[in-house]
Write a protein that binds this ligand. Sequence first.
Ligand SMILES: NC(=O)c1ccc[n+]([C@@H]2O[C@H](COP(=O)([O-])OP(=O)(O)OC[C@H]3O[C@@H](n4cnc5c(N)ncnc54)[C@H](O)[C@@H]3O)[C@@H](O)[C@H]2O)c1
Length: 264
Amino acid sequence: MGRVEGKVAIVTGGGTGIGRATAQRLAAEGAKVTITDVNTEAGQAVAEELGGDAVFLQQDVREEADWQRLMEAVAAQHGRPDILVNNAGILATTPYQFLDQTDLEQWRAIQAVNVEGVFLGCKYGVAAMSAGGRPKGGAGGGSIVNLSSIAGLIGTPGAVAYGASKGAVRQISKTVAIDCARKGLGIRCNSVHPGTIRTDMGDQVMRMGGGDPEKALAASIRRIPMDEPAQAVDVANCILFLASDEARHVTGAELVVDGGITAV
Ligand SMILES: NC(=O)c1ccc[n+]([C@@H]2O[C@H](COP(=O)([O-])OP(=O)(O)OC[C@H]3O[C@@H](n4cnc5c(N)ncnc54)[C@H](O)[C@@H]3O)[C@@H](O)[C@H]2O)c1
């Protein structure tokens, strides 16, 4: 019996990185996983690799119509969703993000994916997950996990728009958590805050200053008390816990996965 056996799960941005690792862990623990991404090739490849009940659906998280289409498709294929991982996110659209180098176009592009995408996900996710009613607390409830970052907890020079977007994700998560709890919907909502993670986005962070990415990585590792970056699966394991009934009393929480960076 898997830790999320038979649960219906959606992972946005599941074609690469943390999303891919999350889809793998949820499927390995018995969930029926729908992977979404704007990158059709990558998302399709993950669904094929997982096999079984895993499917891929092309989705742009910025588009309301895509959320409606996704929830209808999941309901038709697998039934009511139990788990939604709002993982899709972008770091930047241009190399620099210091305040004086960030224009309004870049600011809005980042908020559109990272904030509006999570807002729409929570809105359509709660509606789809609460259909027909759920137990008010404990096991058998729904779970939404939103990907924030340590940049949503502490100031990050050079990531003004990204940091603001991830702070908003933290706040959306807590508000949705309380709203669902007070309405007795049986849906929990939590945020996850990775630090330095080796993914496509993690490597993009190392290239952002315009210097040597290997030196940037070494400097980044020196900031980590545990002295090594996390792998995507380390974040995926935390998401799996929050998605499962093991976390049945956990809502509105922020799970930091940063090797101790923000504890200093
Ligand atoms: N990697 C890190 O160091 C790190 C640290 C903290 C937080 N995070 C957060 O974790 C999440 C996953 O990051 P990652 O490192 O795996 O990134 P990644 O770039 O490797 O993967 C992100 C995925 O999201 C998809 N995507 C982008 N825009 C989309 C859209 N509009 N609609 C649907 N899909 C879209 C991409 O195609 C990609 O497959 C992000 O929200 C990110 O902000 C990452």
